[in-house]
Design a protein around this ligand. Sequence first.
Ligand SMILES: Cc1cc2nc3c(=O)[nH]c(=O)nc-3n(C[C@H](O)[C@H](O)[C@H](O)COP(=O)(O)O)c2cc1C
Length: 177
Amino acid sequence: MKILALIGSPRKEGNTDILVEEILKGSEKKGHKNEKLYLYEYDIAPCIDCRACKKADYVCPLYDGMQEIYPKMEEADLIIFGTPLYWYGPTGKMKLLIDRMRPFVANRKLEGKKFVLVTPSEEGADACRPIVDMFNMSFDYLKMRFIGTLLAKAYEKGEIKENQEAMKKAYEFGLSF
Ligand SMILES: Cc1cc2nc3c(=O)[nH]c(=O)nc-3n(C[C@H](O)[C@H](O)[C@H](O)COP(=O)(O)O)c2cc1C
């Protein structure tokens, strides 16, 4: 299986990155092929609701980093969305990517693909209800298959490493793919 991990935190080696890396270690052990992208390294413009993606070839006419990311999403069997909780939602960068997923409504290229959500936060799992609902409802609309979340409590950069339980859960999550 091809796994694409999208890191929506601005902090490399931050809590999101560490958790996703641990998941990927587990999935690699199972022989899956992984690729990880840091969204903050990509220029992603906001969707402007031009509706071009609803016509003809069902592609987005905005020419930016998404043109590199779209084919990777299309080729993946499972997509890991990693984002810290920012105001009970994803980071702005992750939201930009989600808004730009609109071509997939018409071209249906993500239908049947699996996805997971990985979200560290200061407050922990209870505070993640809105983001879990958002991902569930949005990607259900794209007919993607939600296979689980990894929600963990952490605040300072790298603090998640001290949470042995979350690290173990992450590795085992990857093994379960
Ligand atoms: C702008 C901003 C908003 C945040 N909002 C929340 C929040 O609503 N609830 C929460 O529990 N943590 C919130 N946090 C804390 C982060 O989710 C937390 O520090 C997380 O571990 C960061 O992950 P990272 O290391 O992968 O960037 C916020 C942090 C920032 C910078």
